[in-house]
Design a binder for this molecule. Structure first.
Ligand code: C2E
Ligand code: MG
Ligand code: MG
Length: 507
């Protein structure tokens, strides 16, 4: 609980002792002056008593006033955020509780800035503070006199409104705020892009919700906005809670599944675009859930990422894949790496240990990262990738064509390989615009000295298209699906036999 401690410690004893001492001293001084000046006889004792009481009352009054002013100041500070001057979380709880006593709707918006951490990392905390103050100004100006705004701490703000259609008006205010934040803010000649993710919730007269529950709901809705791609508002919905519960269950299952050895790896071969020889394999995680509903990596990997379980799981993948690939000669091994792993300072150290312990040649290992992985924290990502490259391990950009990777982005990270996403390959076969985009991506990758792999090739037409466009490797169901390690052993043995003098291909 919040406690206010008075700096002067004006206890009731203080309120008696200090004025008594001051008034005794002053009355004594007055009596002494009267004796010295010879007027003691003419001054009556009762007059002296009245003077003493008056001085006592005066001192009491002055002390009381300054004490109350201090207490009021401290109370203000207890409900005000010092950086922005906005009311804080305590004020928000108080206001929601007070407004809920009326018969009107109370609407709450939770506003969380996107990528504020990067601003702190890039420009330092002083600029971060300026940015928070600037955003507070924007939020205050958008809310105007209609909604009250708050800073809850860090990069989190809130706005509250009451009235018959408070929710609708507040949503409008939030949309205006998102529009404003769509343009980078200018701070000390720097143009800093800041977005926001917003969660909304309401409490009505027939369904009153406590302030702490309103905050929780707005927070859950805000989280959905973040997951949905940021820069949006989302209204709280009861299904979000059920979804959260499901996510928590899967998280527990993953934890138990790691210990129980329920995870395994499948390997999908990548072939040379010209002679269709297997030149690489990509390790893809599989989860045997027994009789429970099956879950693919697109479902369980994001949950493992959010919970941090991707760190032990990802290390298991790496070690297992490297151990399997030791049997496959000069075939390149590709392993997918999540953003959370890349952000983990331990990751390059563990990778180095795996390479050393297994003796796997680093130049045959390729780590696949996605654009979102790097955009989230480019400075940290660049540092980690540099360490990884110093081992001789190569980096591939996965799922290219699904995000917004720019030329600058590709130059900055100097990937050794670009993997064109299945969606781009598929569309290039039917749509001229997508084909032009695919061709220019391949030309750009070539100019930057990167290899290019087309993913998800399912038809001969697609294979011919990407080969002519300049892709050097092809991955897709047209050639191979993801297979157990034992099947890869067999395929590689067959391929090696065929390539040996006297084998089919050599013949
Ligand atoms: P990805 O890295 O882009 O992997 C390629 C995905 O495309 C795989 O799906 C693969 O089975 C599928 N695929 C390949 N060829 C075709 C095709 O011709 N047609 C179609 N329709 N699909 C094709 P999968 O195995 O379900 O993996 C999905 C994603 O999960 C992967 O996408 C990757 O992002 C992630 N993932 C899988 N294993 C791991 C892992 O060990 N660690 C991490 N961090 N992510 C992983
Ligand atoms: Mg991949
Ligand atoms: Mg991919």
């Amino acid at each position: 609980m919040f406690k206010v401690k008075h700096p002067l410690h004006l206890t009731s004893a203080g309120l008696v002792v200090i004025p008594m001492t001051v008034s005794s001293l002053m009355t004594g001084a007055l009596a002494l002056a009267l004796v010295v000046t010879g007027s003691w006889a003419s001054a009556s004792k009762s007059a002296l008593m009245i003077v003493a009481v008056l001085i006592y009352a005066l001192v009491l009054f002055i002390l009381g006033r300054s004490g109350f002013a201090n207490i009021r100041g401290l109370e203000m500070r207890a409900v005000t955020d010092p950086l922005t001057g906005l009311p804080n979380r305590h004020a928000l709880h108080d206001d929601i509780t007070r407004l809920s006593r009326s018969g009107d709707e109370v609407a709450l918006a939770m506003i969380d800035l996107d990528s504020f951490k990067q601003v702190n990392d890039h420009y330092g905390h002083a600029v971060g503070d300026l940015l928070i103050a600037r955003c507070a100004q924007e939020i205050r100006s958008v809310c105007g006199g209609e909604a009250r705004c708050y800073r809850l701490g860090g990069d989190e703000f809130a706005a509250v409104m009451t009235g018959k259609v408070a929710g609708t008006i507040l949503e409008g205010i939030c949309r205006t705020l998102l529009e404003r934040l769509g343009t980078p803010l200018t701070l000390d000649h720097r143009h800093i892009p800041v977005g926001a993710s917003i969660g909304l919730t309401r409490s009505t007269a027939d369904n009153r919700i406590a302030s702490s529950e309103m905050l929780r709901r707005a927070d859950v809705a805000m989280d959905m906005s973040k997951r949905g791609g940021k820069m949006r508002c989302t209204w709280f919905n009861e299904s979000f809670d059920r979804r959260r519960e499901r996510v928590r269950e899967i998280e527990e299952d993953i934890r138990a599944g790691i210990t129980a050895g329920e995870f395994s790896l499948a390997y999908q071969p990548l072939v040379d675009a010209d002679d269709k020889r297997i030149v690489a394999v990509e390790a893809l995680l599989r989860w045997d859930r027994g009789t429970r509903d099956p879950l693919g990596p697109n479902v369980f990997i994001p949950i493992a990422e959010d919970s941090g379980l991707i760190n032990p799981l990802g290390m298991w993948v790496l070690r297992q894949a490297v151990c399997d690939a030791l049997r496959w000669g000069d075939i390149t091994l590709s392993v997918n790496i999540s953003a959370a792993q890349l952000r983990n300072a331990e990751f390059p150290i563990r990778l180095g240990e795996v390479l050393e312990e297994t003796g796997f040649p680093p130049h045959q290992l390729e780590l696949e990262v996605t654009e979102t992985c790097l955009v989230l924290d480019p400075v940290v990502a660049e540092r980690t990738l540099d360490v990884i490259r110093s081992f001789g391990v190569r980096i591939a950009l996965d799922d290219f064509g699904t995000g917004y990777a720019s030329i600058g982005f590709l130059r900055r990270f100097r990937f050794e390989k670009l993997k064109l996403d299945r969606s781009l390959v598929e569309l290039a076969g039917v749509d001229d615009g997508s084909r032009a985009m695919m061709l220019s991506s391949i030309a750009l990758a070539r100019a930057l000295d990167m290899g290019v792999t087309a993913e998800g090739v399912e038809t001969e037409e697609q294979a011919e298209l990407v080969r002519l466009a300049g892709c050097d490797q092809i991955q897709g169901w047209l050639y191979y699906r993801a297979l157990p390690a034992g099947e890869i052993d067999r395929l590689i043995a067959e391929q090696n036999a065929a390539l040996r003098p006297g084998g089919e291909r050599a013949a």
